[in-house]
Design a protein around this ligand. Structure first.
Ligand code: BES
Ligand code: ZN
Ligand code: ZN
Length: 498
């Protein structure tokens, strides 16, 4: 899809889209439009309220004209969703060339010029709406149609075109990692994830070191190896690094993503919901996506992304409940439940990252517990941190981006049941209570008292119901959250300098 700013539409457009907020001046705009389009005023006013995602189609000037409702809030994801849904709706229809009139698209009471922001979200939404979930159909019906988009605006200094580029590239990467997540275990192994990263790194210019099994053994990533014992596929330990091309990095940010390509539970085999477990690499997907976009957009941060990846399967060699395993940190772990495998591989990746990179901020994303889903449902990730500032910053990034997080406690008591008699720590407290907080306490053992560590449990939000498919699909949750967090950080650090 090509999206360009234009000061005058070309005459090949089949469709003109006019996005509108539900606000006081709406009536005035509709009055003007009713005259231009020769539609009786009362009819237009009664048929179009500018509710979020509302679509009103009419014809005039030999074109299709679409009024697109944006609702009454200016939020990134609301604009994205409105355009995503419009773009999805164009499937199989003649929407090859569309124009979008954003000239009169300012929201009341907002002074600054929001056009670049709008253009970015519009671009993301249009690109996401063309995502095709039919990955493995024998006959795919690829009938998405939008090829060129002209956005009507004055763009003297190129800011809008730059924003379009950002929105488009972000969404393209989101789509890539959605595919990784949507593919089933039959089509996705640790090796496939590593291949994907290698290609992406080469294409977009970031560093990727892929550690194979022998190196993993040499390094002593023993918790990852323990989980991998039940698998016929060797593990991979993926280390990615982005450095800004010019100038010094504002901060070093460490990211860890859980890359379990399929979670059967191991010998503690799952009795429920196992078919969802191809999505147990949602944390990895978020980290892959963030690394790729960081490189594409050359973000001013030094970012290290680590993904430990394996499946969690059943075999004669599988770890058994009660086994004691070693870990990279040196701590021994009593494995009470083999289905609490994510925290094992995350433990190794977190201690490796802290030891080798000493990041200013350390974050992890993982589809870690059913408990977080039972607590927050499908509507927010669960955030755990002892750092108040970080909690606040990430919370706000979640509110702005629509990838919401809600903080849950990490009080000392939640770690009480993780004490082991035989080993340093147990991976599960053997009670059904507060499992998400307990998991966070487990991970905390492996971050060497890092002062700015945040764990985000995305079990309920990485793979979710949407308006775009019959069943749950990948959401790419985490990418927009992290992008927004970093953008805000950049903004604050650059204003602090001035
Ligand atoms: N991958 C699961 C968590 C999960 C649950 C992700 C639902 C997505 C949707 C994780 O490895 C797991 O099995 N956790 C167990 C931990 C328990 C055995 C301590 C859980 O939450 O039940
Ligand atoms: Zn599990
Ligand atoms: Zn898991």
């Amino acid at each position: 899809m090509k999206i360009n700013v234009t000061e005058g539409f070309s005459d090949r457009l089949s469709t003109l889209v006019i996005p509108m907020f539900k606000q006081q001046s709406l009536q005035g705009w509709l009055n003007t439009l009713s005259e231009l389009l020769n539609i009786p005023n009362e009819l237009l006013l009664s048929d179009f309220k500018a509710n979020h995602k509302e679509v009103f189609t009419t014809y005039g000037n030999g074109q299709r004209i679409i009024l697109l409702g944006l609702g009454d809030k200016i939020l990134q994801h609301r604009i994205i969703e409105a355009f995503r849904s419009l773009s999805h709706f164009t499937k199989g229809k003649n929407f090859t060339n569309i124009g979008i009139d954003i000239i009169n698209f300012q929201f009341e009471d907002i002074e600054q010029d929001l056009l670049p922001f709008f253009a970015e979200m519009i671009s993301s939404g249009l690109v996401l709406g063309q995502y095709d979930i039919q990955l493995l159909k024998s006959k795919s019906e690829t009938d998405h149609t939008i090829e060129t988009v002209e956005i009507l605006a004055f763009d003297e200094d190129g800011t809008i075109q730059k924003a379009i580029h950002q929105g488009l590239e972000t969404a393209l990467t989101q789509r890539e990692v959605m595919t990784l997540l949507n593919l089933p275990a039959s089509h996705k192994t640790a090796l496939d994830l590593a291949d994907w990263v290698q290609k992406s790194a080469k294409k977009h210019g970031y560093k990727a070191d892929i550690f194979e099994k022998e190196e993993i053994e040499k390094l002593g990533l023993n918790a990852l190896l323990a989980v991998n014992r039940g698998s016929e596929i060797p593990p991979r330990f993926i280390v990615m690094e982005h450095q800004p091309k010019d100038g010094e990095a504002l901060k070093t940010i460490g990211l860890v993503g859980k890359g379990v390509t399929y979670d059967t539970g191991g010998l503690n085999i799952k009795t429920q919901g196992m078919h969802f477990m191809k999505s147990d690499m949602g944390g990895a997907a978020a980290v892959f996506g963030t690394m790729e976009i960081a490189a594409k957009l050359d973000l001013p941060f030094h970012i290290i992304g680590i993904v430990p990846t394996t499946d969690n399967c059943v075999d004669a060699k599988s770890i058994k409940p009660g086994d004691v395993i070693d870990s990279y940190s040196g701590l021994t772990i009593e494995v009470m439940d083999t289905d609490a495998e994510g925290r094992l591989i995350m433990a190794d990746a977190l201690s490796y990252l802290v030891k080798h990179y000493q990041p200013d901020v350390l974050m992890d994303l993982a589809t870690l517990t059913g408990s977080s889903v039972r607590t927050l449902g499908y509507y927010a990730g669960a955030m755990f941190t002892q750092n108040e500032d970080l909690a606040n910053e990430i919370y706000l990034a979640g509110q702005r981006s629509g990838e919401r997080v809600w903080r849950l406690p990490m009080w000392e008591e939640y770690g009480n049941n993780l004490k082991s008699d035989i080993a340093d720590v147990r991976n599960y407290g053997m009670t059904p209570l507060a499992g998400a907080s307990e998991a966070a306490k487990f991970l905390e053992n492996f971050v060497d008292n890092h002062p700015a560590y945040v764990h985000i449990d995305i079990a309920g939000v990485a793979y979710n119901d949407t308006a775009y498919a019959k069943h749950k699909i990948a959401t790419a949750f985490g990418i927009r959250l992290l992008m927004d967090y970093m953008r805000q950080l950049e903004l604050e650090m650059s204003t602090a300098d001035n």
